[in-house]
Design a protein around this ligand. Structure first.
Ligand SMILES: [Zn+2]
Length: 95
């Protein structure tokens, strides 16, 4: 499947965070690559989407739609800073 970019999930991110997140800068927990969400490699699957690191391919973000609500798992990010400078995610669950 051909990957899309982070703009493909802009709507889902907006729904989940209530803010424009494609310019939010995330740091990959695996390779420490730093890139805006718009540069994620996005694979749409089923009702949700998976965003992978452009550098190492690690899964950084998983968005699933449960009963019409976007649920976002950001565990692949070491951190994710929204454009306003607010930290949306920091670390993940241990392990
Ligand atoms: Zn990476």
């Amino acid at each position: 499947m051909e990957p899309l970019d982070g703009n493909a999930i802009a709507g889902l991110l907006f729904e989940a965070f209530g803010a424009e997140m494609t310019t939010a800068v995330g740091v990959c927990a695996r390779c420490r690559a730093r890139a805006p969400a718009a540069e994620l490699r996005v694979y749409l699957r089923g009702p949700g989407a998976v965003g992978r690191c452009r550098s190492c391919g690690a899964i950084l973000i998983v968005i699933s739609q449960i009963r019409g609500v976007a649920c976002v798992d950001l565990n692949g990010f070491a951190s994710l800073e929204s454009p306003s400078g607010e930290v949306a995610a920091s670390g993940g669950a241990p392990g």
